[in-house]
Ligand binder design. Structure first.
Ligand SMILES: CC(C)(COP(=O)(O)OP(=O)(O)OC[C@H]1O[C@@H](n2cnc3c(N)ncnc32)[C@H](O)[C@@H]1OP(=O)(O)O)[C@@H](O)C(=O)NCCC(=O)NCCS
Length: 184
């Protein structure tokens, strides 16, 4: 089947792309988390860039990211906060998730001009991100709750991962992380 990966800015998503995204997310999360909302997906911060991966005419995978300046120790760091990483069940295990992540990482550098990619995830999927070139960072993280958008949540152990974009991952500063908003 023909595979095509493309980057779309959030404001440029057309109705067909929005409908395809809604279907992809609802098929995975509707029963547990309700309907997907493009502007506040499950209370997380919305993406301003979307990697859309098509198999034929089917939207088979998505990676979203949003530019934001966060604090790391005493530094301001421009990250591409990454979320909404999802491969349609029918297409998992074929390397598509990894290809969509790589496509996203290139766009983080070339289109979003972010210094690093950043994400938080469940422990079980760390190895997926590591296989796409992401590395874990260990620090205390502060963010706003996705459930009420106002409570401050402080956590340790993440997992949080970063990837190189304009700067190499080895240049990630030491120190506590403040997302200055809700996570992705
Ligand atoms: C996680 C997910 C995106 C992986 O997509 P995929 O297309 O099946 O992954 P790939 O085929 O590209 O796998 C790439 C590598 O990651 C590993 N991997 C795949 N799924 C994994 C998982 N759920 N947990 C840990 N590792 C995984 C693969 O073994 C493979 O390793 P290799 O490079 O050593 O062979 C997909 O399973 C998914 O959409 N899951 C539900 C949503 C989700 O959990 N998203 C992440 C939210 S943080």
């Amino acid at each position: 089947m023909n595979e095509a990966l493309r980057l779309q800015r959030h404001e440029d998503l057309n109705m067909m792309e929005l409908a395809a995204l809604e279907q992809l997310f609802n098929s995975e999360y509707l029963s547990d988390y309700g309907r997907w909302n493009p502007d506040a997906p499950y209370g997380y911060s919305p993406a301003d860039f979307h990697v859309l991966a098509f198999q034929g005419s089917v939207l088979a995978a998505h990676v979203g990211f949003q530019r934001r300046v966060i604090s790391v120790g005493s530094d301001d760091v421009l990250v591409a906060g990454t979320g909404g990483v999802l491969v349609d069940q029918r297409f998992r295990g074929t390397g598509l998730g990894g290809r969509a992540m790589r496509h996203g990482q290139k766009a983080m550098r070339d289109e979003a001009e972010a210094d690093f990619g950043f994400l938080g995830c469940r422990k079980e999927v760390v190895s997926f991100y590591e296989s796409a070139g992401w590395v874990q960072v260990h620090a205390t993280e502060r963010c706003l709750s996705r459930t009420d958008q106002t409570s401050v949540i402080v956590s340790q152990g993440g997992p949080n991962l970063i990837c190189s974009a304009r700067r190499d991952a080895s240049e990630w500063p030491d120190g506590d992380i403040d997302l200055r908003g809700t996570p992705w």
